[in-house]
Design a protein around this ligand. Structure first.
Ligand SMILES: C[S@@+](CC[C@H](N)C(=O)[O-])C[C@H]1O[C@@H](n2cnc3c(N)ncnc32)[C@H](O)[C@@H]1O
Length: 244
């Protein structure tokens, strides 16, 4: 990381730590994400596969992934979030130091509490799938490239990933099909085949948590497959994105 990116990361981490301390977490969903339920099976992952959930907060999506039979490895900066996750879901973890992280562990679940950028390849050596909701929007623009590059560096080559983003709506009055966002393509296309699986037109808060400033947004579901250096893998099923 450059010195500027390191400084940006330090400021960003302080902001997130404060959000959790002060309970300012409007991004947290009180139900399992409906796109996860609807599209996860399209990744065709083995039910015993270990799933990496970056920047996991205290997301209930972790519980749903465990219910599918998966092992789950999360990473989250805030100990307030990690503690709340285990308490609210009545799971009793053990806690141990693990390099720069505190490792919270219970049966098929482990959450590494610390900075995503401190993860090493060995930490993710057994991961077969990734579930990423809102990491890109969580990070300042200057850090997103580092985030995607580090993620790609960490993951085994044959990885499959679901990426959920919230984007400005496309001008679809022309009838043109929705596209992979330019930023998603710039960040991921070098290492992954990308399929846009679903677009949902929603009305959401311009600034999360500030009601009264509702604007149209597109929620997009991307399915990604790591390239292994050989010929491109067969595309995911379906002939293009479903649009609601
Ligand atoms: C927008 S929230 C998304 C949380 C979760 N994915 C969800 O769907 O509820 C982003 C989360 O990333 C965490 N975070 C931000 N920067 C991080 C970093 N560098 N390493 C680990 N976690 C980080 C924040 O504390 C916050 O919980």
């Amino acid at each position: 990381m450059t010195t500027t990116a390191t400084a940006t990361n330090a400021m960003d981490k302080e902001l997130w730590a404060r959000c959790w301390r002060e309970g300012a977490t409007p991004f947290h969903q009180d139900e399992v994400n409906p796109h996860l339920r609807r599209f996860w099976h399209e990744l065709k992952l083995d039910e015993k596969a270990q799933i990496f959930v970056p920047l996991c907060g205290k997301s209930l999506d972790i519980v749903w992934l465990l219910e599918q039979g998966h092992r789950v490895l999360g990473v989250e900066l805030s100990p307030v979030a990690v503690r709340a996750f285990f308490r609210e879901n009545r799971i009793r973890p053990t806690r141990k130091k693990h390099g720069a992280f505190t490792r919270w562990h219970s049966e098929r679940l482990e959450i590494l509490c610390g900075d995503f950028f401190d993860l090493a390849q060995a930490d993710l050596a057994n991961v077969a799938g990734v579930y990423d909701r809102a990491s890109l929007t969580a990070l300042p623009e200057e850090l997103r490239l580092q985030y995607a590059a580090h993620l790609h560096h960490l993951l085994p080559p044959a990885i499959r990933m679901m990426l959920l983003t919230t984007e400005d709506p496309e001008g679809d009055e022309t009838g043109a099909s929705p596209q992979v966002a330019e930023e998603v393509s710039r960040l991921y296309a070098a290492g992954f085949d990308i399929a846009l699986s679903h677009v949902e037109h929603v009305v959401g808060e311009a600034i999360p948590g500030q009601t009264g400033t509702l604007i149209p947004l597109d929620e997009k579901v991307y399915l990604l497959r790591g390239r292994m250096g050989g010929p491109q893998a067969a595309p995911f099923p379906g002939g293009g994105p479903a649009i609601n």
